[in-house]
Design a protein around this ligand. Structure first.
Ligand code: ADP
Ligand code: MG
Length: 334
């Protein structure tokens, strides 16, 4: 249904955009009809960038995203509108997805005018009320409110209702649960499970492993914009292979923290280790070769792939030809 093939995104940063920030590197995965795929990684790993490229809010620098076989970068006019009827996003901070000077009714009015001008007003009103009820909101309570008068949980459900009105087939859910309090979390989670059972596909973006395990059948683990491991959730969670995935499993409560002190993640992503393994510096089991050689993602069993030399057959791993400039012993600051 939705497929990423060797997708990369390079941001121009620094004075006059003179530096390149490699936010997403050669990422490939597919989300099939009715499937939930989790995209997992700590803050800054490129998750939202991928979500935004899928939603055409950003162009890809290289590679291709296809929806039912069509390259989405080629969509224009009615075809693009049709795409947005089917593919929608709900973001982490629901307040930022809104123009706060508009009341909730106005959001639906715009939707009506833009996507369904042929639907009579009374029929549209019915649809709006139905969509709101199906996400557990009382239309009378939310429609005449400004966004800041709704709670975070109400707002996210509101945005999902908005997406539902568009007959969506594919939802990009970017950290939508993490920000909510415990009681609303369950509601939104159940709502997503319900959408899934109705055949909707979801890209579930999160740094929370337990949520990913709960909701998805496949997972993609991202580190500095590289996929380090991907496959069936059962396999990844029961037999995590990549040292990064293992570290994530061991540190669930502190996942969203940055470990590296001193040098920002951004600086590193800009300049260093463009040839070696992206996880080299933090890896407790790194070898010399990891500083200069970036292993490809390869299958270790059906529906389970990893990018780490430790699982590659030794004959496939090149011998280090020259010593790297950097120390081969990774420094740990955590
Ligand atoms: P995540 O959602 O996993 O936290 P993002 O996709 O937001 O990650 O960011 C990935 C990297 O790209 C980060 O280093 C971030 O600072 C950088 N980045 C994100 N958006 C921009 C932008 N518009 N311009 C420059 N750099 C950006
Ligand atoms: Mg993000």
């Amino acid at each position: 249904m939705l497929k990423l093939e060797n997708v990369s995104k390079v941001y121009r940063v620094g004075a006059f955009g003179g530096k390149a920030l490699f936010a997403v590197n050669n990422v490939s995965f597919e989300v099939k009809q009715g499937e939930v795929v989790s995209l997992i990684g700590e803050s800054g790993s490129g998750k939202s960038t991928i979500g935004k490229m899928i939603l055409r809010l950003l162009d890809v620098t290289a590679g291709k995203i296809t929806y039912n076989g069509t390259d989405i970068s080629s969509l224009e006019g009615n075809a693009l509108k049709d795409y947005y009827r089917q593919v929608q996003g709900v973001f982490q901070d629901p307040f930022s997805s809104y123009n706060p000077i508009f009341k909730a009714d106005r959001i639906f009015k715009v939707l009506h005018e833009e996507f369904f001008p042929e639907v009579p007003a009374t029929e549209w009103q019915k649809r709006v009320e139905h969509a709101l009820s199906s996400v557990g909101l009382n239309p009378a309570h939310v429609l005449n409110k400004y966004p800041h008068q709704l709670s975070g949980g109400q707002l996210q459900r509101f945005l999902i209702a908005r997406a539902l009105l568009l007959d969506i087939q594919f939802l990009v859910a970017d950290e939508i649960i993490s920000m909510l309090d415990a009681s609303t979390r369950i509601d939104v989670l159940n709502l997503l499970a319900d959408l899934k059972s109705r055949g909707l596909s979801i890209l579930f973006i999160t740094h929370d492993l337990s949520l990913a395990y709960y909701i998805s059948e496949r997972a993609v683990i991202l580190y500095k914009g590289y996929v380090v491991e991907q496959g069936a959730v059962e396999k990844i969670f029961h037999t995590p292979l990549h040292p990064y995935t293992r570290m994530l499993m061991d540190s669930v409560p502190r996942m969203d923290r940055k470990w590296e002190k001193g040098i920002s993640l951004l600086e590193r992503q800009v300049e260093e280790f463009r040839n070696g393994c992206p996880y080299f510096e933090r890896c407790p089991v790194a070898e010399k070769i990891c500083a200069v050689y970036r292993p490809p993602l390869f299958d270790v069993e059906p529906d389970h792939a990893v990018a780490c030399v430790h699982y590659q057959s030794p004959s496939d791993v090149p011998k280090p030809v020259a010593l790297p400039h950097q120390s081969v012993h990774p420094t740990h600051s955590a």
